[in-house]
Write a protein that binds this ligand. Structure first.
Ligand code: NDP
Ligand code: ZN
Length: 351
């Protein structure tokens, strides 16, 4: 079968591979809708997780099942399914400890386009199908549903990590597709002021539609100064980081109130250290908590998140700015993600 792969750091191309085989608990799927991720860009062009050879890329898909293993109970060939980017081993000790995304080792619940071939293949393998797949409900648009693999669960996880509560004032740093879902999640959790940090005009417009009350443009001045001015020197209760770099944490600590929490979901592809400003961290005593995490995957989370779409509480369609038709367009979609034209939020390929 054919797949679009990372050939080595900085190199991509089409390759031929043997079709994946199905274990007793597993499923083999063919993609119906695919989307590239900024993480694919970090993986290939920044070499962020190390070198990978001939590994099929991609971890965002809606798919159709073509085969299930003998022990799979709830799915059958022909079912249309949402495939989460993170597909843990649910029996692992890490999963039993509540950190399924780290099943088998740090970040090891992230298998697609990390430890095994991803979803940009004519076929792909899903481990523990009953625990990791969710049925796609009737009437949900395929392209919009593809945002459930990673953009929604990751953006929302930033909100969970920051522990946003009713009435909190929140800064969301970064309003690409992940940060936009953090804005939407922050609004769903009942935040009051939502300060969204970004610069692309269409992202700014959509951030407002998802609930941002204030826009902070990081290209027009220091974001700490802008936030401190807007909050009359007090700072904010919670911060979600979904963009920026290793230096963003110092800014976040500076504009966070004592007792505040930072939830990071940004993939730090470069830089050796995250530096914490000593004095603004209360000389170590400020109760300013930094939490960073890979999104949780799995069936239950997919079912819950798609129910927000079914009930009209979440419209992920706004994220999709570019649509392609045909499997071979995966390459164009990924290059678009790499080049990030200013009007891009998220491309989707329909098959
Ligand atoms: P984008 O590149 O589309 O968005 C990044 C955002 O950050 C943009 O709004 C950008 O602004 C803003 N930004 C860039 N530099 C700065 C800066 N110095 N200060 C403040 N804001 C800045 O990325 P995505 O939304 O696709 O993804 C966000 C991150 O999440 C990526 O690192 C991705 O790899 C990661 N990720 C993590 C996952 C997880 O499980 N933890 C899973 C999936 C993705 P502008 O408007 O100017 O472009
Ligand atoms: Zn992703």
């Amino acid at each position: 079968m054919k797949g679009f792969a990372m050939l080595g750091i900085g190199k991509t191309g089409w390759i031929e591979k043997a079709a994946p085989t199905c274990g007793a608990l597993d499923a083999i799927c063919k993609p119906l809708a695919l989307s590239p991720c900024t993480s694919d860009v970090h993986t290939v062009w920044a070499g962020a997780i190390g070198d990978r050879h001939d590994m099929i890329l991609g971890h965002e898909a809606v798919a159709q099942i073509v085969e299930v293993g003998s022990m799979v109970k709830d799915f059958k060939p022909g079912d249309k399914v949402i495939v989460p980017a993170i597909t843990p081993d649910w029996g692992s000790l890490e999963a039993q400890a509540g950190y399924s995304m780290h099943s088998g080792g740090m970040l090891a619940g992230w298998k697609f386009s990390n430890f095994k071939d991803g979803v940009f293949g004519e076929l792909f393998h899903v481990n523990e199908a009953d625990a990791n797949l969710a049925l796609l409900p009737e009437g949900i648009d395929l392209a919009a549903a593809a945002m459930l693999s990673d953009m929604v669960p990751t953006g929302f996880h930033g909100v969970e990590l920051a522990d946003v509560q009713f009435g909190d004032s929140v800064v969301v740093i970064g309003i690409g597709p992940v940060g936009l879902m953090s804005v939407a999640g922050t609004a769903l959790r009942g935040a009051s002021h939502i300060y969204a940090v970004g610069s692309r005009p269409n992202c700014i417009q959509i951030a407002k539609e998802y609930g941002a009350t204030d826009i902070i443009n990081y290209r027009e001045g220091d974001i700490v100064e802008q936030i401190m001015e807007k909050t009359k020197g007090k700072g904010v209760d919670k911060i979600v980081i979904a963009g920026g770099d290793v230096d963003t944490f110092a800014q976040a600590i500076r504009m966070l109130k004592p007792g505040g929490r930072i939830g990071n979901v940004n993939y730090l592809g470069e830089g050796d250290y995250v530096k914490i400003p000593r004095a603004e961290w209360g000389c170590g005593m400020g109760h300013k908590i930094i939490a960073g995490g890979l999104m949780p995957g799995g069936r239950l989370r997919m079912e819950k998140l798609v129910s927000l779409m079914e009930t009209g509480k979440l419209d992920t369609g706004k994220l999709i700015t570019h649509k392609f038709n045909g499997f071979e367009k995966v390459e164009d979609a990924l290059m678009l993600m790499k080049d990030k034209p200013r009007d891009l939020i998220k491309p989707v390929v329909l098959l």
